[in-house]
Ligand binder design. Structure first.
Ligand code: UDX
Length: 415
C-alpha cells in the first residue's frame, strides 16, 4: 500500500531496510523477503554486519540477488561470532554497538536519494525498533522461526492456546528449558517480546495452513508469497561446489537418494556422527551428506571410501535445488525452520533428528501434526543409533510413512 513516497516535489519508491541477524538460518528467510519486495517495486536494502558482508559468497548467475547491501557493526569486524570470547560477550557487544551503527547508517541515508521509510528487523534484535522510532520511521518485527516455536515455552507437558497439541519439555525450544547453558541466548529469545506491541507490523515466516491455530494468537501476520521457481537464495556463508553435486544427483535414479544436512550451526558429537554414518551405509540407500568443513574430522575413518559407490559427502550444497531434484526421496534433517519449510514446500518426507533451539518443536510438528515424516528416537544418552537410522530410512523410502507423506503432498499439489 505504500510503494510510493512523496518527498515534496518528488515521488520516489518507498525504501525498506531489511536488518538480519548474522547467521545463515536467519539471513535466508529475510533475503527471500527482501527479494520478493524488490520484485514488487520497493527499494530494498539488506543490512548485515561488516564481517559477514566480507564473508558472503555471492552465487554466480543469481540474477535475483541484485538488491542493495549495507552494514552495521557487531563489534567483531575481524572474525564475527567465531572470534568472540563467548556467546554472552558477543551478544553484549553487538547489542551495545549495533544500535549506534544503525543510527549512523540511518542518519547517512536520511540525506540520500532514498531516505529509509521502514525497517524490517529480525526479532532477535528488538533494539532496531527503538532506533526506528527515534527517526520517526516504521518498524516491522520479523520472526524467522515458526509461530509455534516463537510463542511457546515451559517445562512440563502443557497445552498452550494457539498450539495444536500438548508439548513435553523435550519439544520446547531448548533455550527456554536449558537456561543454564546460554543465559544470553535465553535473554535474547525472551527479549524478542520486549517491545513487540510497539511494532507497526508483526511478520512471521510461515503460512496459514501449517499453523492455522496459531494465527489468532498474534494480531497480524504476513502470509508468505514466495518467488515462484526461485531455487537459489543468492548468497551463502559457505563455499559450495554446485556442479559436482548436481552432476552426481542427475546420475541417480528417481526417489533413490537420502539427503542429509544439519544446517549451518548444529554440531553432532563424534559418536552420533559414527552411528549416522553406519546407519546410512546399512540402509543401502544412495545418499548425499552435507558435512561442514568444521565437522569433517568426525566422519568415521574409511567411510567415504567404502561408500563411494552410492554416496557423496560435500561440505555445502545448493539445498533448494537438491530438495527440488527428482532423485531425492528423504531428508535427514536437524529440523531448522528453513530446512523444514523448504522440505514441506518441495514435498520431501523428513527424518527428524533435532539438536537444539526450535528444532525439537519443529520435529514434534513434522511427526505428530503435519505427518510428513518420522522423528528418530534417541537412546538414554541422547544418541540415535545406527539401527534406528537404518530402520527409519527404509520406512520412509519404501514403507507406509513415505507413501503417506507423498500422498499427502500430491493431494496438496493437486489442489
Ligand atoms: C538456525 C537454527 O538452527 C534453526 O533451528 C532456526 O530455525 C533458524 O536458524 P540453521 O541451523 O542454519 O538455522 O538451519 P536452517 O533453518 O535449516 O537453515 C539452513 C539454511 O541453509 C537453509 O535455508 C538451507 O537451504 C541452507 N543450506 C543448508 C544450504 O543452502 N546448503 C547446505 O548445504 C545446507
Amino acid at each position: 500500500s505504500c510503494k510510493q513516497r512523496n518527498d515534496g516535489e518528488r515521488t520516489r519508491k518507498a525504501h525498506c531496510l531489511v536488518l538480519t541477524y548474522p547467521t545463515q538460518g536467519h539471513i535466508n528467510p529475510m533475503l527471500q523477503f527482501a527479494k520478493l519486495h524488490h520484485h514488487k517495486g520497493l527499494k530494498v536494502t539488506l543490512v548485515t554486519t561488516h564481517f559477514l558482508l566480507n564473508t558472503l559468497q555471492l552465487h554466480a548467475g543469481s540474477s535475483k540477488c541484485n538488491i542493495a547491501l549495507e552494514t552495521i557493526s557487531d563489534g567483531y569486524e575481524e572474525g564475527g561470532f567465531a572470534t568472540a570470547e563467548s556467546t554472552d560477550a558477543y551478544l553484549n557487544r553487538f547489542w551495545e554497538i549495533g544500535p549506534q551503527t544503525l543510527t549512523k547508517l540511518l542518519r547517512r541515508m536520511s540525506s540520500s536519494e532514498y531516505p529509509v521509510d521502514c525497517i524490517v528487523y529480525d526479532a532477535f534484535m528488538p533494539w532496531s525498533l527503538d532506533v526506528a522510532k527515534k527517526f520517526g520511521i516504521f518498524g516491522a518485527i520479523f520472526f524467522t522461526q515458526t509461530v509455534e516455536a516463537s510463542f511457546s515455552g515451559g517445562d512440563e507437558e502443557i497445552l498452550i492456546p494457539g498450539l495444536q497439541l500438548p508439548l513435553e519439555a523435550v519439544d520446547f525450544p531448548s533455550f527456554l528449558c536449558d537456561l543454564g547453558s546460554y543465559p544470553a541466548v535465553y535473554d535474547m529469545v525472551v527479549g524478542q517480546f520486549s517491545n513487540v506491541d510497539e511494532a507497526d507490523w508483526i511478520l512471521c515466516n510461515t503460512f496459514h495452513e501449517l499453523e492455522p491455530e496459531a494465527r489468532p494468537t498474534i494480531p497480524s501476520m504476513y502470509l508468505d508469497n514466495r518467488l515462484k521457481e526461485d531455487k537459489d537464495y543468492g548468497v551463502s556463508l559457505f563455499k559450495q561446489n554446485n556442479d559436482a553435486c548436481m552432476k552426481w544427483l542427475n546420475e541417480q535414479p528417481k526417489v533413490s537418494v537420502v539427503y542429509v544436512s544439519f544446517g549451518s550451526g548444529a554440531e553432532l558429537g563424534a559418536e552420533q556422527m559414527e552411528e549416522l554414518a553406519w546407519g546410512l551405509r546399512s540402509s543401502k540407500s544412495n545418499f548425499l551428506w552435507v558435512v561442514r568443513e568444521s565437522e569433517a574430522g568426525k566422519i568415521p575413518k574409511g567411510f567415504v571410501e567404502e561408500t563411494s559407490e552410492n554416496g557423496l559427502v560435500v561440505s555445502w550444497c545448493p539445498q533448494l535445488e537438491v530438495l527440488a531434484h527428482e532423485a531425492v526421496g528423504c531428508f535427514i534433517t536437524h529440523c531448522g525452520w528453513n530446512s523444514t519449510l523448504e522440505s514441506l514446500s518441495l514435498g520431501v518426507p523428513l527424518l527428524a533428528m533435532p539438536q537444539w533451539t526450535d528444532q525439537g518443536t519443529n520435529a514434534k510438528y513434522i511427526m505428530d501434526v503435519w505427518k510428513t515424516g518420522l522423528k528418530a528416537l534417541a537412546d538414554e544418552k541422547g544418541i540415535v543409533r545406527k539401527d534406528v537410522v537404518e530402520h527409519c530410512i527404509i520406512e520412509i523410502m519404501e514403507g507406509e510413512t513415505g507413501k503417506e507423506s507423498k500422498e499427502c503432498y500430491e493431494m496438496e499439489a493437486s489442489g
